[in-house]
Ligand binder design. Structure first.
Ligand code: MOS
Length: 733
């Protein structure tokens, strides 16, 4: 059976279409806000028009008079205020909306209006009269009134400054140095599916329909906030129309909706408008980096110093501190990494697709290109010279390290050897051609997970796991794992996910779902195989089941990643987030997925218009569970990388600390015409040491190197080094 199974999975992995393809294409897939609920009332948020100060007047009489308006919550409402004051920190943000007249950031929730219809709720919201006493906000880096603190001063369990050797001395002694500052822009996820929450109370039990990347976590957050039993909260999130990190953590809106639904004795649905989504959920805050590199003439790195600054809200401590990835990446003998948090009057940032690696690796990989130029060395060779099999800081080995294999393969496909290294030397008529490359690197993250697998005599399999289908193909990868282990066709596997009544799965974050969920599924399948083997030598399912006197075999398994803390098993069942990270050197081994990305840009000699006709990326991420889904993830990541490099930015009005382009008409993202050929190469990589499935995870990997590759290509085309994203025409004119 095992042999037949392993052959089958190869075919499935290559060719099996996504299990959710048909419902998605036909409209059969139900998203949380599509679910039909009886007697529904509709909620609309009112958000603040200022960033700092307080509400000086708030009148709701006119709003209350709108026909159909049922309930209005504001800070003046004592019951709401009391309830919200008593709730614990809403994951990441300490702002408790409606708990006082204080305004901490633009777009803060200041009222919630519920009505019989969406139209009446909107009309009611528009009739609320608010006056403010305004204080001048600090909008972003460099504004008066921002406050900078060392990240090490916060209780952030995974962060510490890195210091190894004598980087300052080594830098001074280096023959060639780079010292440059880089900046990345604020970005918002803008998933197609808007944020929404629907709350239904029945006999003291709450059911929440909400697009979520972590149904167990949301369940725990809301039960904590409302002080009701974990067992009395259920979260249903069948499909998620894009998350990218924005739906990973609970926000204030869920508890507010639950409170108002309970008070009304009626189900309430809140769909957050696109612009309100910019300020009531997380986002990627802007970052700054100073990188100093020192190298010998032969390219060998002697010193690497990475200082990062991340913008955060005034009162919170949310930051990502990506130095654990960048400082361990190359064989630099002397290393320092330090991160600072800059507080401004903004809403609290959150996870966004490779939150640490995207900005930090962009900075390092641009600096590496600058070093290669100074050394007059090919940028691939510079990486080869500094490739390392062990952590340069602590000597922990990389479990597998395929960086240079990725470079060599992608370079060949791209045709890199035809590159003239001289900037501005390659030209096609009025267009300068630039070729650039960069490393992609992402630490393998794994979370505790459970799964229940049921095998029927007919050969049909059901997998139950509270994992999440965000459009990534998770469902298909999970089905593939069960199909492989049980020797059935993937089409015969049904996967139930997105529901907190199912066995707890991982948060869909940190590119961890495939590794974590599949390991739990494989473990449950192995238990089923053990049971099957009691029937003697392998034979047909029918015969085996007859011998075992049963029609179904059901097994529940819990998988804990190696090195996870001892509390993980208990925490798993109550929605606590538990994860191990491949860049945590304390584990004794470093585990990363790798890639190399090559980009061609064309820059018009007169208008400086920048085009990207082609991109090639080669990636290695352990075992690929679903080649089709993997390819899509990596392709999407590179498209997003191009977007980050050339298009995307949440524009901030610095006088008012307010997002100006808070809609998807003005928020620039690439369209088909902006994207040329995108080629994804998947390299096979065998790494059985990482986990049961041999999977490293690659959801966020594709996004990591692209922006630096584009930026390096723009330099190669024009001779101009732009150290700030996104690169715009005006930077080149
Ligand atoms: Mo992803 S930002 O880890 O949801």
């Amino acid at each position: 059976m095992a042999k037949r199974a392993s052959k089958a999975i190869v075919n499935h992995a290559r060719a099996f279409p996504r299990l959710d393809a048909r419902p998605k294409v036909t409209g059969g897939a139900r998203f949380a806000a599509d679910i039909v609920i009886d007697n529904l009332a509709y909620a609309v948020l009112v958000t603040s028009a200022i960033a700092t100060g307080r509400i000086s007047k708030l009148k709701i009489d006119a709003a209350r008079a709108v026909p159909g308006v049922l309930k209005i919550l504001t800070y003046k409402d004592g019951r709401t205020r009391k309830r919200l004051r008593s709730i614990p920190d809403i994951e990441g943000s300490t702002v408790r909306p409606l708990s006082s007249w204080t305004i901490w950031h633009d777009g803060q929730i200041v009222a919630l209006v519920v009505a019989e219809t969406l139209e009446a709720a909107r009309e009611g919201a528009s009739q609320i009269e608010i006056a403010y006493k305004v204080k001048r906000p600090s909008a972003t880096f460099g504004a008066a009134g921002t406050k900078t603190e060392a990240a090490r001063d916060f209780e952030f369990p995974d962060y510490e400054d890195l210091h190894h050797g004598r980087p300052a001395v080594a830098l001074r002694a280096s023959a060639v140095t780079v010292d440059a500052t880089y900046e990345t822009a604020a970005q918002h996820h803008n998933p197609m599916e808007l944020f929404s929450t629907t709350c239904v109370w029945r006999n003291g039990r709450l059911t929440i329909y909400e697009p979520s990347q972590f149904v167990y976590g949301l369940r725990r957050a809301v039960s904590d906030q409302l002080r009701i039993k974990f067992a009395n909260v259920r979260v249903i999130s069948p499909f998620v129309g894009g998350g990218f990190g924005s739906k990973a953590l609970a926000t204030a809106r869920t508890a507010l909706t639950a409170i108002v639904a309970r008070r009304l004795g009626r189900p309430v649905r809140l769909v957050v408008s696109r612009d309100q989504g910019f300020t009531t959920a997380g986002y990627r805050a802007e970052t700054k980096h100073r990188i100093r590199l020192g190298a010998r003439r032969d390219g060998k790195l002697q010193a690497l110093i990475h200082e990062g600054w991340e913008l955060c809200s005034r009162q919170d401590a949310v930051f990502w501190g990506g130095i654990d990835t960048t400082c361990r990446m190359y064989a630099a003998a002397n290393v320092r990494g330090e991160v600072s948090v800059v507080h401004a009057d903004r809403n609290v940032p959150g996870f966004m697709r490779a939150p640490a690696e995207f900005p930090y690796v962009y900075a390092l990989e641009t600096a590496m290109d600058e070093l290669a130029v100074k050394l007059r060395m090919d940028p691939i060779e510079l990486r080869r010279i500094n490739d390392t099999a062990v952590d340069p800081i602590g000597d922990a080995p990389y479990s597998t390290r395929s960086l240079m294999r990725c470079f060599d393969r992608a370079a060949k496909t791209f045709g890199w050897r035809h590159r003239n290294p001289e900037p501005g030397a390659m030209r096609d008529g009025e267009w300068f051609i630039g070729w650039g490359c960069a490393s992609a690197i992402y630490p393998t993250q794994m979370q505790a997970s459970a799964a229940r697998v049921t095998l029927a005599r007919t050969g049909h399999v059901r997998v139950d796991i509270a994992a999440h289908e965000l459009g990534t193909g998770a469902m298909t990868a999970i089905a593939g794992a069960a199909a492989e282990r049980l020797g059935v066709a993937t089409a015969n596997v049904r996967v139930q996910l997105g529901n907190s009544s199912l066995p707890p799965g991982p948060m869909a974050a940190g590119s961890a779902t495939t590794a974590s969920a599949c390991c739990a599924v494989l473990k449950a399948c192995d238990a089923i195989r053990t049971k099957l083997s009691e029937a003697g030598p392998a034979q047909s399912f029918n015969a085996t089941f007859r011998r075992l006197h049963t029609d179904r075999i059901k097994r529940y398994a819990v998988w804990l990643p190696p090195g996870v803390n001892s509390d993980a098993r208990r925490g798993l069942n109550v929605g606590e987030f538990n994860s191990v990270a491949g860049n945590d050197a304390n584990r004794g081994t470093l585990t990363f997925a790798f890639g190399a990305e090559f980009v061609e840009v064309r820059v018009h000699a007169l208008t400086c218009e920048i085009r990207v006709p082609r991109v090639v990326g080669a990636f290695a991420a352990g075992r690929i569970m679903s080649a089709r889904a993997a390819r899509s993830q990596l392709m999407g990541g590179m498209v997003w990388g191009i977007s980050s490099a050339l298009h995307e930015q949440s524009e901030i009005d610095t006088r008012r600390a307010r997002y100006v382009n808070d809609n998807i008409a003005d928020y620039l993202i690439p369209v088909n015409a902006d994207i040329g050929d995108v080629e994804v190469i998947l390299l096979s990589e065998h790494d059985p040491t990482i986990n049961l499935a041999g999977v490293k995870g690659l959801g966020e990997l594709g996004n990591v190197g692209t922006a630096a590759a584009v930026s390096n290509a723009v330099f190669h085309a024009t001779g101009k080094r732009i150290r700030k994203l996104p690169i715009r025409i005006e930077h080149l004119l």
